[in-house]
Design a protein. Structure first.
Length: 234
């Protein structure tokens, strides 16, 4: 008989013989369990006006659209050959542009921005990746962002960048050169990289930074589990 264990976050029975995907390649993970601590690393977030509600995998950070934000005061993605960023979110409306994740390095200019309702297009999911010699825009539409939505960006250094929504590959492009990313003052969840506009009005959970390019199989598993309230790291 295959042994089972009890998931501590949402009473889900999981296969104890399987290696949790959350054990493989995570740099930092923010689960918003009544705080903005990094549950995998030491990059604890600094919250401003965040409350917490029971939804998502267990709880989600509630961002008020005017002052709520989380600053990550350290470099997250530094000198990696590939990386991925994933997030579970649910917006309150489709009338304003929201920045869900913004990472920036002012000294060398590469940055990444997860934007919802970009440029006034309702339900448009837009990830902007700026390298050294080229910027790319990965775009998806057709999803209702007032529903629970899972977004993943994968980046291969000097190679493919891919956008997945709810486990589905939506867009891809090539970035030629990508340097270290993550200025100590310019990494944020729930607001622009300048930390003073495009505040998120909605819920954010499971912000995860990975030190590898996740596969389609990985992303399908992560998105399916998290959209169904299952912890990837029981």
């Amino acid at each position: 008989m295959i042994p089972i264990i009890q998931n501590k976050r949402r009473n889900i029975l999981v296969n104890a013989l399987a290696v949790p995907i959350g054990d493989i390649g995570i740099i930092s993970r923010y689960t918003f369990e009544d705080n903005t601590n990094d549950v995998k690393g030491s990059n604890n977030g600094i919250p401003t006006d965040i409350t917490y509600v029971t939804e998502g995998v267990s709880k989600m950070g509630n961002f008020n659209g005017t002052t709520s934000k989380v600053n990550i005061p350290t470099k997250i993605l530094d000198n990696l050959d590939g990386f991925s960023i994933s997030v579970l979110c649910k917006m309150s409306n489709t009338s304003l542009e929201y920045r869900v994740i913004s990472l920036d390095d002012n000294s060398t200019c590469p940055y990444i921005s997860f934007r919802l309702n970009q440029a006034g297009f309702a339900n448009r999911i837009y990830v902007f990746v700026y390298g050294v010699n080229k910027s790319i825009q990965l775009i998806s539409s057709g999803y209702i962002i007032t529903d629970l939505t899972h977004i993943t960006l994968t980046v291969k250094k000097n190679g493919n960048c891919k956008l997945y929504v709810n486990g589905n590959l939506e867009d891809t492009d090539i970035i030629t050169t990508f340097r270290s990313l993550g200025d100590t003052l310019q990494n944020h969840i729930g607001v622009s990289r300048a930390a003073n506009y495009n505040f998120t009005n909605g819920l954010i959970d499971e912000v995860i930074f990975w030190n590898k390019e996740l596969t389609q199989e990985d992303i399908t598993k992560i998105a399916t589990d998290q959209l169904n309230g299952i912890d990837i790291d029981p």
